[in-house]
Every structure is written in C-alpha cells, then in structure tokens.
Design a protein around this ligand. Sequence first.
Ligand code: PEP
Length: 252
Amino acid sequence: MRRKIIAGNWKMNSSRADGVALAAAIAAKISSSSPADVVVCPPSVYLEAVGQAIKGSAVALGAQNCYFEAKGAFTGELSPAMLRDIGCSYVILGHSERRQLLNESNQDINRKVLAALGVGLTPIVCFGETLDQRKAGQTAAVVREQIEGSLAGLSREQMLQLVIAYEPIWAIGTGVVATPQQAQEVHADLRKLLEIRYNSEVASAVRIQYGGSVNAENAASLLAQPDIDGALVGGASLKTDSFLAIVVAARQ
Ligand code: PEP
C-alpha cells in the first residue's frame, strides 16, 4: 500500500507572517493518523520560520529547488545540505516553471536529484507535457524522455526514495484540470516505465502525485484513481481550508 502524499507548492507567494500563520493552521489539523503525508514548500527565505511553525507536528518541510553543488562560488544558490540543515526533508525538482522559465535541462535536474538524495532529502521530481505535445499525441514519449534524462543513473534504492509528480503544463495554474482518466493513463504508463527500467517492486512502491489545478472539489476523484498517490498543489495550497480539504480527500 502506498501512503498518499499531499504537498503544497507555495511558489513565490506569501509573506513571512502569512506563511507562518498558514503553516501553523495546517499543522494544527494534521496528525500521524491523517490520511496522507503532508508537506509544505514555502519560498526559501521563509523555510526556517515555517519550519519553526510546524516543528513537532506531522507536517514536513520542503524546498522548491536546490543546486547540485555541495558548496562554493555559486552566488544565489542553496545546497541540498543547507536545506537539510534548516529542517527540510523534501525538495521539489524539475518543476515546469523552472524547466521553462529558467531553462533547466533534464541533465541539470538529474544532477540536482542525485545531490539531494546524497544528503537524504526526498526529491519530488516533476514531469509533464505542453498542450501542443498532448494534442500531437506525444504525451507518453515526452514524459518518458524527461524521466530517462532526469532520473538517469539512479539505483533501485535511490528510486525508492523519491516521489514523482506528473504535472501536465496545460493544467498548472490554469484552472483546467486533467480528468481523472487522463491523469490515471499517464500514471499507469509511468509505473510501467518504472517496471521496465527497474522491477515490479520499485514500480509498485514509488509514489506518483498528480499536479495541475487540484482543488477541494476535484481532489477526491483524482485521488481515487489506482495509480494516483497524492497531489502537488499550487494555488489551492495557499489557503488553509482548501489545502486541508485536499488532504481529507486522500482518505478513500
Ligand atoms: C504546481 O505549480 O505545482 C501546481 C500544480 O499549481 P496549481 O495547483 O496552481 O495548478
């Protein structure tokens, strides 16, 4: 049985005070008997303050990015070890906004994944196609290429330590959510790919989140799909009620 995982990607939103209040309100309602693992991913400058607000709770802290080098002259970057040092256990990598706006390549993401795993962070690695690619029937091929590049060289043990997020780009922040069937189809393909690349044990153990306009209303039908193991939530993670409702929807 894969335990569901709901992660909130706050992106470049919130203030220190609002972020601390949001995290504290979420932490107050989440316990180890909640239906899913819960992660909040604030902007990096607020990681420490949000970490304090959720300290001792069942909510985990995640970063939205990291660099692949351990230390040195990399102005503006944060190493995986620094994120561990301030209490992160997760890091989102390969988000489509970083792939598209900041030109991150599969190779960059691969180096980041390996660096994050190296210090014990759990990477949440994102994959997904554009609308044009979907319309051209290229979804499976695009996602396969991203997986093969971004997760190159990972051992079975390393694969078991990460979380995959399928995030169709056309659904991110658009209010247009993939239907449960569209998402399930890609998730099932991803699991097949893991079986081919590794084995059935890895394929059945790795958690695959869906992301893209998940909200309190549509979460239950997505999370009811057999291969959807959670959600990576953007907009709806910025409000306590909508985020908690998505966590509740993980109880099937
Ligand atoms: C995201 O950016 O990871 C995301 C899924 O955003 P939204 O839920 O707002 O579509």
